[in-house]
Design a binder for this molecule. Structure first.
Ligand code: NDP
Length: 249
């Protein structure tokens, strides 16, 4: 019989790619709940300082594609606060190009960062969650996983891969009270969207039933819910947060 999922007091949360955009909004959401939050990115410092001090907020330099750096980052968090109880696997990149012009490097770089690195950090986090008999893994996918996007075969494949991976992991760890879920944003106002050309951006926005792109905070709210005690019976789920863009898929 597993111990209950609920915990008292602050949780230890890791948000990968927490230096800006959706990841930083998630980090700020968890800090506002009173949790202890670590963020990782290749460049280290967050775009704005959430300002909770070293007892509540750790900013770590860590390239998710490097296994040694990932292990060191987990080591630093565990030394400061103990094992990660909530993992938000958010770090992601695009390297767009039409298939016939897409190099194998562009393919591999995106798959390594968006899919293989999520496997790596999830496995590392689950090792300790299994001993705790509790934990939440939340992977940030994209509606591109379901609808595809011209010029993003690598990205869509990586984001679709997360769904099968999350559901397999969810089945493996469910008996220990650990949930694994996927949040799939639509269009979100971040650096990543700024990389789209105006024509594609306008075309996408015009197709959103709610008529606008999302703020990063709107994705963070849903991630926060999935991590909450109230979502204890939700696992292996894919939650679109897309203003209705991919509804029904
Ligand atoms: P941003 O480009 O604004 O932020 C990406 C974050 O990931 C940064 O903190 C970046 O920091 C970090 N990162 C990138 N590569 C690595 C790496 N190898 N190791 C560690 N950190 C890394 O992206 P968004 O906030 O827009 O996107 C966040 C997630 O949401 C991504 O997975 C993205 O695919 C997904 N998403 C975004 C949508 C959007 O419209 N914006 C829509 C759907 C999904 P640094 O560069 O310093 O490493």
């Amino acid at each position: 019989m597993s111990r209950p999922v609920e915990t008292e007091g602050p949780r230890v949360v890791l948000v990968t790619g927490g230096s800006r955009g959706i990841g930083l909004a998630c980090a700020e959401w968890f800090l506002a709940q009173g949790d202890r939050v670590a963020i990782t990115s290749r460049t280290g410092a967050p775009e704005r300082d959430p300002g909770e001090g070293p007892d509540r907020f750790l900013s770590l330099t860590c390239d998710m594609t490097d296994a040694d750096q990932v292990d060191s980052a987990f080591g630093a968090i565990e030394e400061a606060w103990g094992p990660v109880e909530v993992l938000v696997a958010n770090a992601g990149i695009t390297r767009d190009g039409l298939v016939l012009r897409m190099s194998e490097d562009a393919w591999s770089e995106v798959i390594d960062t968006n899919l293989t690195a999520v496997f790596r950090v999830s496995k590392r986090a689950l090792t300790k969650m299994l001993r705790l008999h509790r934990g939440r893994v939340i992977m940030i996918s994209s509606i591109g996983a379901f609808i595809g996007s011209a010029g993003q075969a690598n990205y869509a494949a990586s984001k679709a891969g997360l769904v099968g991976m999350a559901r397999s992991m969810a089945r493996e760890v469910a008996s220990r009270g650990i949930t694994v879920n996927v949040v799939a944003p639509g269009l979100v106002e971040t650096n990543m969207l700024a990389g789209l050309d105006d024509a594609r951006r306008a075309e996408y926005a015009s197709q959103v039933p709610l008529g606008r792109v999302a703020k990063p905070e709107e994705i963070a709210e849903v991630v926060g819910f999935v991590a909450s005690d109230g979502a204890g019976y939700v696992t292996g789920a894919v939650l679109p947060v897309d203003g209705g863009l991919a509804m029904g898929l």
